[in-house]
Ligand binder design. Structure first.
Ligand code: NI
Ligand code: MN
Length: 216
């Protein structure tokens, strides 16, 4: 399994030659071409997460998995969509995925209610990855740690709209993941952080900070 960081909260994950995208807001990455994309996951309707999902789905016919209301919006825009609710495993050819609670808001680009925001837990070949989406710190993370036991947690750290570094460190403890990938920081001024401070605090609790370069 390979994890590529595409900037902000966007990731491309590759497993046995199949790729899927999470929150494909691609303005930070140079010359990215979506190839071999089997699925797209979108945590909520905000523009910096929905990103190019609809265009990529139209182009590649990869379906967008999202919460019911957002999935309906995507299919009205001509994308393929898989609608889900929080809390049940959804099967894919390369693994399975469950949507988990996130505490934030969610609207479509035209300003309508887009259902609950969410995070996703991916179970791929026995490896578990949690992408938190945009969220505050919440005790749901204790549940996610206990029930899904993520190996890798991808957490927002930029503050202002989501958790900051201090809360992400607490989340890392509750989730029990051994490696933490930061996201949703330094894309614009309101969410700028000192990333060395994140690395220091994550090491301090005995975990591995996996700070990824955009395009890596
Ligand atoms: Ni948001
Ligand atoms: Mn966001």
């Amino acid at each position: 399994m390979k994890i590529h960081y595409l900037g902000h909260s966007a990731f491309e994950i590759e497993t046995n030659g199949k790729k899927f995208l999470i929150d494909p807001f691609l303005v930070c990455v140079q010359n990215y071409k979506p190839e071999n994309i089997y699925n797209i996951f979108v945590t909520h309707g905000h523009g910096d997460h929905l990103g190019s999902a609809i265009e990529i789905s139209r182009m590649t016919s990869a379906p967008i998995t999202a919460i019911f209301e957002l999935a309906n919006y995507c299919s009205k825009q001509g994308a393929k969509a898989i609608d889900i609710g929080l809390g049940a495993w959804q099967e894919y050819s390369w693994g399975r995925v469950v949507a988990v609670p996130a505490f934030h808001s969610s609207t479509t680009p035209d300003g309508h209610y887009a259902g609950s925001p969410c995070g996703f837990v991916f179970d791929i070949d026995g490896q578990t990855i949690y992408h938190a989406g945009d969220t505050s710190l919440s005790t749901e993370m204790k549940m996610i740690g206990e029930v899904y036991q993520p190996d890798i947690a991808i957490l927002p750290i930029g503050g202002k709209y989501t958790m900051d570094i201090e809360h992400a460190v607490k989340a890392a403890e509750w989730l029990g993941a051994s490696a933490i990938i930061p996201m949703h920081y330094n894309t614009f001024d309101a969410i700028s952080v000192d990333i060395t401070e994140f690395e220091r605090q994550i090491r301090e609790i005995g975990k591995i900070p996996m700070v990824m370069k955009i395009g890596e």
